[in-house]
Design a protein around this ligand. Structure first.
Ligand SMILES: Cc1ncc(C[n+]2csc(CCOP(=O)(O)OP(=O)(O)O)c2C)c(N)n1
Ligand SMILES: [Mg+2]
Length: 287
């Protein structure tokens, strides 16, 4: 059975010292080992951003894709071979800006995969622009007078549109983050983990201290029921930007089990050769 060290690589990560993304990487390495995964049966797909570098620093199969495109690559991977464990990861800009369309469709299809958004409320790699999760009033290079926009609400969006496991974690709490990731990986269906991962270089507002002061940790809330959808949505009205823990979960068939042409054998193992008669039939259909 694989150990944490099997999910590590020899090169050092190039993130700034103290970057929250280090904790996301370490938590995922822990969670993968605890969930009983093997590096050769797992694929980590990432987008572009500081966060997107995670696939280079993780010891499994990986794909460093295009900006905002980790989900289509991850979904294609899962549908081609549903025996693989697929994890996608990227930033708040990557997932909720340029990639938001893919996010919406992955939710409603309940693809069996885990999506980790390393949410630092800023574009880190491009040196500090306002992102879709920056708060109203947030000052940056692109909003020097303060952002006039409301932030996206990724967690409520995920629940309303069909994600079957929704959680938030914080890079200041590696234990909770690793535990949430392990649960998400084991969950059958689309799991979103919005991970608060402070950018120590460009975001001087949403710092570790800011999160520590403001976090509302569901693990400490007695009687919270993550299977109660309306209870979760009501709680999020007040706490979405600071709550951590497992917020919502439900059991629902995942896409590869119910899609048209679903087979128990992964597509990658099927003989997909088509006969010349079938080729003719296809050509006629397209005429
Ligand atoms: C198509 C395209 N548009 C824009 C960019 C420039 N770009 C690179 S990373 C990035 C945003 C990064 O922010 P985020 O996704 O939040 O990741 P972080 O660096 O904060 O981890 C942008 C706009 C790009 N690489 N490709
Ligand atoms: Mg970011």
């Amino acid at each position: 059975m694989a150990e944490v060290k099997d999910f590590r690589v020899s090169e050092k990560a190039t993130w700034c010292p103290g970057c929250g993304h280090f904790t996301v990487l370490a938590s995922l390495q822990n969670a993968a080992a605890k969930a009983g995964l093997e590096p050769n049966n797992m694929v980590l797909v990432s987008g572009i951003g500081c966060s997107g570098k995670i696939s280079q620093h993780f010891g499994s199969y990986g794909f460093h894709s295009l900006h905002g495109r980790s989900l289509p690559v991850a979904i294609g991977t899962k549908l081609a071979n549903h025996d693989l464990t697929v994890v996608a990861a990227g930033g708040d800009g990557d997932g909720y800006g340029i990639g938001i369309g893919h996010f919406m469709h992955a939710l409603r299809r309940n693809i069996d995969m885990t999506y980790i958004v390393m949410d630092n409320h800023i574009y880190g790699l491009t040196t500090g622009q306002t992102s879709p999760t920056s708060k109203r009033g947030f000052k940056s290079k692109t909003s020097p007078e303060g952002s006039a926009e409301e932030p996206i609400r990724p967690v409520q969006t995920a629940i309303i549109n069909g994600a079957s496991f929704v959680a938030q974690a914080f890079s200041g709490d590696v234990k909770q983050m690793a535990s949430i990731m392990e649960q998400a990986i084991k969950h059958k269906g689309f799991s979103l983990i919005n991970a608060f991962s402070p950018c120590v270089t460009f975001n001087k507002i949403n710092t570790y201290d800011w999160f520590k002061e403001n976090i509302y940790n569901l693990d400490e809330v007695q009687g919270y029921d993550p299977t109660d959808k309306f209870g979760a949505l009501k709680m999020l009205e007040e706490y979405e930007s600071v709550v951590t823990g497992v917020i919502y979960k439900e059991d629902r068939p995942s896409y590869h089990e119910v899609m048209i042409g679903a087979t128990e054998t992964p597509a990658s193992q099927l003989d997909l050769t088509i006969t010349s008669d079938q080729q003719e039939e296809l050509k006629n259909l397209l005429r």
